[in-house]
Design a protein around this ligand. Sequence first.
Ligand code: ATP
Ligand code: ZN
Length: 303
Amino acid sequence: MSPTPSAPTRDRLRIAIQKKGRLADPARALLTACGLSWRESRDKLFCFGESLPVDLLLVRDDDIPGLIADGVCDLGIVGFNELDEQAKARRQIGLADAYQPLRALPFGECRLMLGIPEEWEWSGVQMLQGKRIATSYPAILTAWLAERGIAAEVVELSGSVEIAPRLGTADLIADLVSSGATLRANQLKPVEVLMDSTAVLAGPVEELTDIRAGLIAMLLRRLDGITATREQKLLMFDAAEQALPAISALLPAGSELIRLPGNGVTLRLQAMCQTGLSWQQLEEIERAGGSNLMVLAVEKSLA
Ligand code: ATP
Ligand code: ZN
């Protein structure tokens, strides 16, 4: 696929997601939860959007920032680590920013960390002076070292970074860590966090002006709705008027209490709670005068 120099007007939105790997399934699941569906199977490079004019391009995660920069894709789901690495690499060679994270997504959590040999005693960043550090994130590491005034050699490796110290090609590493098991298996220990990362929905710096702008706005609204409702619960209960102050005090902060039409003696109420309710909270509400308690999960909300 050849890059498009000046993004042409299109009437369909194109989203790049990882074809295979850690972000592939959660990215698809999230877009499906946003009401999108596609005709093609997951093995194909291109999936034609059926429910909406939104197509998918299945690629390597490393290619996603570039596809957005070139205007081949309008949005992408990629790790912030990858997006930021490529953004910093662009800046280091004097290129203007071409993409930006639009939303953080609730998956792909990891940290870019320094890992040192287990037998080393970590005494702070100054001990990195003159050391060789292997990483797949040279631009982030270079910027991080420069901010701290450390002169160290950045050894760029595209994979198997964690074996570099044992091979003697580096003294220590900067690599992605989620549980730390890979580091331990290679006799390394994590000592310093360079970056906390999650998957993000990324888009171009320059806003689109054609029909795709409306599609992006709709997608963001649906995404925000999903994120906002993850924890939201609707509590329904009956109570007498005089019990309301005590019950209100027991509801999670920010809960919105609404009176429903009732028989006049006992009030029928509902509370939209921004967080879940524990058994203990529900029992306390009962003791304070609430009855017929029912907790409902909120599936969708455009509030
Ligand atoms: P591709 O073939 O698409 O280039 P990859 O090997 O670069 O795949 P994955 O290992 O699937 O990519 O990781 C994709 C993203 O998942 C990472 O960039 C990062 O944002 C996130 N991630 C979460 N936890 C980890 C982890 N423990 N190690 C590596 N990446 C992680
Ligand atoms: Zn990759």
